[in-house]
Design a binder for this molecule. Sequence first.
Ligand SMILES: O=C(N[C@@H](O)C(=O)O)c1ccccc1
Length: 336
Amino acid sequence: DERGAEDSSLQVVEDWPVQNLELGQVSGVAVCPAGHVHVFHRGDRVWDSSSFDDENMYQQQDLGPIQTDTVVELDPSTGDLVRSWGKGIFFLPHGLAMDGDGNYWLTDVAMHQVFKFPASGDSVPLLTLGEAFQPGSDDKHFCKPTDVAVDDSTGDFFVADGYCNSRVMKFSKDGALLLQWGRPSPPGYGLSGPPPGTFRIPHSLAMVPDRGEVCVADRENGRVQCFDIREGKFTRMFREREFGGRVFAVDYNPDQGGVLHLVNGPTLVGATLPVEGFTVRFNDGEILDTWRPTARGFSQPHDVASAPDDSAVYVAEIGPNKVWKFVPANEQPNVI
Ligand SMILES: O=C(N[C@@H](O)C(=O)O)c1ccccc1
């Protein structure tokens, strides 16, 4: 068969998860230190054009929190449900990250808040930032915060804030604001795109621990920007024509000498480039591989995750409301 020993290109694992998990819009995916796959989804809620008014106030607060478990833990090899939690807590799930202790870091765009929950899945948060349902852009408020990334060496964490702010904020492990940077991209710019340090929806974060950087999926600018974690100084950018105009999520994996996994998004206008995943070499931005779940590609991939020493890559997708698993072609489970 065509699976050569050297074929490390990623392929979707068919029938993973084996069971239908009845997920709602799948907004976040993360891999915990134990290698389990954790998924953040919206149950019966959807984010559509009626969800917010033009002051970014959530319009369905009267519905109360989602009444099904919004965090689902899956076995990495079968996709079987291991455990779920999060019933009665969230209104509009968005970002999910896990730290080296297996704690959950989540954002809710309706509540404009960032939460840390314990690995136990207990429903009492260890940390809550932002004022419930109150958007803002000062030190105590977010506006539809999108993601979190944790520096396990210090416990400091970064928040991508967000749809209606254009900044990255750095907090100490106790939630004290240490630093923030970023501003909205100015309208109109040349072929090289808007200046570094400006954003049009910082949508996803990836820690790059071995280089002391944090990378940001600058969604509507169709690029990834990286910054040093001490001063927030711009270090490098990844922006390839093949990405098209939107990059929804980014993940860093130290294997293969250090690679980024990223997913782009459907182009809103004009020529339709494929909606797919990219494996990009961190050192020079070379696209090493592109991958998609079907010939047609994704429809709305929303988050991507992987773990060191594990060749699997997981993608959360809104629309089909699925989580996909990809592995190198030469590691596909042997189907007899
Ligand atoms: O970006 C949007 N949604 C996704 O990213 C998401 O669902 O997280 C969105 C924007 C405007 C209106 C409706 C949805």
